[in-house]
Design a protein around this ligand. Structure first.
Ligand code: CA
Length: 717
C-alpha cells in the first residue's frame, strides 16, 4: 500500500505534471525571468534576449555539448524551441512536434500530424516548420497542409484541429502561431503560387474561428470584407485577384501587451512583376506593410508600408521586435525590423510613424527614404521595365526569416545579414502564363542563352557575402560586422552575459562578445544551422540549445556542394563544462553513375532548362543538392529505373516527391534524365580529382551553380 502511494506521489511529481499553465501574468514575468522560453521570440516583445548571465563573455570558452537529440531526418530544421518548466518542445519536417527533457534530451513524446505527402508541392522552401505557441496547458502548431492543431502539453495528444486554408488552393503553413488573450493567431504562405494573404484568430479553448483579416482586397465584384479592404482596393489596378495578389503573413505576428495591439508582417505581391499584377501602378496595400490590428476583433488600426508597389519579392514578414529606445531625448516605443528590402525600419508602434530607415546591406532598388512622407525613393531602371536590372537585395532578402536579436544592454540589434543581388529580366505581361502549382514571378533569366550568360557574368562580378551585423538603431549605423565564409547563416540569440550566439552554414556554433563582435567560442556542428538558438535554466544551470540542420529556400536552391554524408538534423544543447560528443560523421558510398543516355546537345540543354525551372527549387540549381533531400547526381540505380514513373505517375508522391505531369511530357522527362546522368558523370570526375586544382574546380562549379540558381526561383512558363 505504501509502495503504491509512493508510486502515485512520484507519478504526480513527474516532469509532465509539474507543467504550470502559460498565463498572461507568466508571459509578462518572462520579460525579466529567463528560466523559460515561452513564445516564439521568447516573450511577447520577441527580442530574443535572455536575462540569464551564468554563461557570459568571461567563461564562454568553457562551454561544451550537454546533450543532442537526433530527429532522424535530413529535411530542413528551422524551429525555435519553446522551453517551459524543464521541457523543450520543438517542431520539424512535415510539421512534426517533439517534447524532450530539457536537461537530458530524453524524448518525452512525439506528435506526427500525418501531413499528406502530396502537400509538399505547396511548400515553396521545404516542408519546414518554425515553431509552436503555448497557452494554458496547450501547444499550437500549424501544418504544411494548412491546419492549426492544439496539443496537450503533457502528452502531445491532439485536442482540436482546424483547417485554416482552402485545401484546393496552394496555401501552406511553416510559421509559428502566436498566442495572447485566449486567442491563437496564424497566417500562411503561398504567394509565389498565387494566393491572397490573411491572418486568422482561433479560440485557444474551443478551436473556433474568432476573426479573419485579409491583407489585400479580393475581387471588388464580390464586395469588400471591411472598410480597410475598400481603402486598399483604391491602390490596386487591373484584375489582380486572378493572380491571387499575394500579401501572405508567413512569419511575423507580434502581440504588444503594453498597447494591446497585434502587428502582422505582410508579404510580397503575386506575381512579383507589378506591371502584370496591377497594370497602371498603385501602392497595392497592404503588400510589404506592417499592419496593426485590434487583437480581439481583428479590426484595422494603422499600417506602415515599406515598399509601395512591391516588385522584388520584398516582404515585411521578417521578425518584428518590440523595444523602447531613446529617440530625440525621449523614450519611444518602437518596432525594430530588418526585412528583405535591406533597410532597418524603426517604426513608432503607437501610430506607425516611420522614425528611421537606413540600409544595413547593399541596396540598389531605392536611394533613401523621404522622411517627410515615409516613402522610399526608387532608383530609375531598378524595376526591370523593358531592360534587365541587377538589383540588391535579391528576393532572398538582406535578411530573411532567420531570427535576429535585440540586446537592451548593448542597445544593438544583431542581424544575420545577406549581401546578395539578383538579375531581374521581365516577362512581358502579354507573354505571362499563370501556373497554380508552380512559381509565378513574372520575370525570367533563362529565356535565351544571352540572358543566361548575362546573369552568370553579373553573379560572378557580385559574389554574395554574409555577416553577423550589429546595428545601432539610435545612431542609425552599424556598430560592428563579423564576416562569415558562407551565405545563409543561422538565427541569433542575445544574452545578459554580453553574448550573442549563432549557428553558421559552414558548420559551426559560435559565441560572440555582444559589444565588440569578438568570437569567444566555436563548436563544430558537422552540418549547417539555419534556426535561432534559445537559452533556459533547469536546476540552476543555464543551457543554450539550437536546431542544427540544412534545408530551406536558399540552401535547397543553391546547394553548396556540401560534403557527402551530412548527419541527420539534431537539437544540440550546451552548458558550461558539458562534455558530450557527437558520433563520427556518417560514411556514405556514392553509387557510380549509370551509362550516359543517347541525347543531342539541344536535348541536354532543354533538360537543364526544365530541371532548373521545375526541380532546382528543392534539388538545387544545376543539380547541386544541399544534402537535405537527394542529390540528383548521386542517385541509387533504382531511382534511375523508375525515373519516368516518379515524375509522370507520382510513384513517390506518398514520400513527398510531387508529380509533374501537368507541365512535363515523356520527352521532357527523358531530356531531364539524360542531363542529370551527364551531371552525375561530371560529379564523379570531379570527385576523383584531388589536390588544390580540384578544390578550385569544385568551387567554380559551386559558383556557376549559384549563378544559375536563380533560374529556379524566377522562371515561369
Ligand atoms: Ca515571396
Amino acid at each position: 500500500m505504501r509502495k503504491i502511494l509512493l508510486l502515485c506521489l512520484l507519478a504526480a511529481l513527474g516532469p509532465a505534471s509539474l507543467a504550470a499553465p502559460v498565463t498572461p501574468e507568466r508571459m509578462l514575468q518572462a520579460e525579466t525571468n529567463g528560466d523559460h522560453w515561452l513564445s516564439h521570440g521568447r516573450t511577447w516583445s520577441e527580442q530574443r534576449f535572455s536575462p540569464l548571465d551564468q554563461i557570459k563573455d568571461g567563461n564562454a570558452a568553457e562551454l561544451g555539448l550537454a546533450w543532442y537529440f537526433e530527429t532522424n531526418t535530413k529535411l530542413g530544421l528551422e524551429t525555435t524551441p519553446l522551453v517551459i518548466d524543464g521541457v523543450l518542445y520543438f517542431t520539424g519536417a512535415w510539421s512534426t512536434a517533439w517534447a524532450l527533457d530539457a536537461k537530458t534530451g530524453e524524448l518525452l513524446w512525439k506528435h506526427d500530424p500525418e501531413v499528406p505527402r502530396e502537400a509538399s508541392i505547396k511548400a515553396c522552401c521545404g516542408v519546414v516548420n518554425r515553431g509552436m505557441a503555448a497557452w494554458g496547458n496547450r501547444l499550437f502548431l500549424g501544418t504544411i497542409d494548412g491546419r492549426l492543431i492544439a496539443l496537450d502539453r503533457d502528452t502531445g495528444e491532439q485536442l482540436w484541429s482546424q483547417q485554416t486554408t482552402d485545401p484546393n488552393e496552394p496555401y501552406s503553413i511553416t510559421g509559428a502561431p502566436r498566442a495572447a488573450k485566449g486567442l491563437v493567431f496564424i497566417g500562411n504562405g503561398g504567394s509565389e503560387f498565387g494566393t491572397r494573404g490573411y491572418v486568422s484568430a482561433y479560440d485557444a479553448e474551443t478551436g473556433l474561428l474568432v476573426w479573419r483579416f485579409h491583407t489585400i482586397p479580393g475581387n471588388p465584384a464580390d464586395g469588400f470584407e471591411n472598410e480597410a479592404m475598400a481603402m486598399a482596393a483604391e491602390t490596386w489596378n487591373g484584375e489582380w485577384w486572378k493572380y491571387g495578389g499575394g500579401g501572405t503573413v508567413w512569419d511575423s505576428i507580434v502581440y504588444d501587451a503594453e498597447l494591446d495591439q497585434l502587428y502582422i508582417g505582410v508579404g510580397n505581391g503575386a506575381p512579383h512583376n507589378r506591371r502584370i499584377r496591377s497594370p497602371g501602378g498603385g501602392d497595392n496595400l497592404f503588400l510589404t506593410s506592417i499592419v496593426a490590428l485590434d487583437p480581439d476583433s481583428g479590426e484595422y488600426l494603422w499600417h506602415y508600408q515599406q515598399v509601395p508597389g512591391e516588385a522584388w519579392d520584398y516582404t515585411a514578414t521578417q521578425q518584428m521586435i518590440l523595444a523602447e529606445i531613446p529617440w530625440e531625448g525621449q523614450p519611444r516605443k518602437v518596432i525594430l525590423q530588418a526585412p528583405k528590402a535591406g533597410f532597418v525600419y524603426v517604426v513608432d508602434r503607437e501610430n506607425g510613424e516611420l522614425l528611421s530607415a537606413e540600409p544595413f546591406t547593399t541596396v540598389t532598388w531605392a536611394s533613401h527614404y523621404d522622411m517627410e512622407t515615409g516613402r522610399p525613393v526608387e532608383v530609375e531602371g531598378q524595376d526591370y521595365d523593358g531592360e534587365p536590372a541587377w538589383v540588391y537585395p535579391s528576393p532572398i532578402g538582406g535578411h530573411n526569416w532567420h531570427p535576429m536579436a535585440w540586446s537592451p544592454d548593448t542597445g544593438l540589434l544583431y542581424i544575420p545579414e545577406l549581401d546578395m543581388g539578383m538579375l531581374f529580366d521581365e516577362i512581358l505581361p502579354v507573354d505571362y502564363k499563370h501556373l497554380k502549382r508552380h512559381f509565378n514571378t513574372g520575370y525570367d533569366i533563362s529565356s535565351d542563352a544571352q540572358s543566361s550568360q548575362r546573369f552568370t557574368q553579373a553573379m560572378l562580378k557580385h559574389l554574395p557575402k554574409a555577416h553577423l551585423l550589429a546595428w545601432d538603431p539610435v545612431k542609425q549605423a552599424p556598430a560592428w560586422k563579423l564576416p562569415h565564409p558562407n551565405i545563409h547563416n543561422g538565427g541569433v540569440l542575445a544574452t545578459a552575459g554580453n553574448l550573442v550566439f549563432q549557428g553558421t552554414s559552414d558548420g559551426r556554433f559560435i559565441a560572440v562578445r555582444a559589444d565588440d563582435g569578438e568570437v569567444l567560442w566555436t563548436f563544430p556542428t558537422q552540418t549547417s544551422t539555419m534556426a535561432g538558438p534559445v537559452t533556459y535554466r533547469v536546476d540552476g544551470e543555464q543551457y543554450v540549445a539550437v536546431a542544427v540542420g540544412r534545408g530551406g529556400a536558399l540552401n535547397m536552391a543553391m546547394g553548396k556542394g556540401f560534403p557527402v554524408g551530412n548527419p541527420n538534423n539534431r537539437i544540440m544543447a550546451f552548458k558550461l563544462g558539458g562534455n558530450a560528443t557527437l558520433p563520427p560523421m556518417p560514411v556514405v558510398e556514392v553509387p557510380p553513375p549509370p551509362p550516359r543516355m543517347e541525347a543531342t546537345d539541344e536535348e541536354l540543354q532543354r533538360g537543364r532548362e526544365l530541371f532548373n525551372r521545375y526541380c532546382s527549387r528543392c534539388h538545387g540549381a544545376d543539380a547541386v543538392g544541399d544534402g537535405s533531400i537527394p542529390d540528383m547526381r548521386r542517385l541509387d540505380p533504382v531511382w534511375h529505373e523508375n525515373f519516368e514513373a516518379i515524375l509522370l505517375e507520382g510513384l513517390m508522391e506518398k514520400a513527398g516527391m510531387p508529380r509533374f505531369d501537368d507541365v512535363l511530357d515523356k520527352q521532357d522527362v527523358r531530356n531531364i534524365h539524360a542531363w542529370i546522368i551527364e551531371r552525375a558523370h561530371e560529379d564523379q570526375a570531379l570527385r576523383e580529382e584531388s589536390g588544390w586544382l580540384a578544390s578550385i574546380r569544385q568551387k567554380a562549379t559551386d559558383t556557376i551553380a549559384r549563378a544559375t540558381a536563380w533560374l529556379i526561383r524566377v522562371t515561369t512558363e
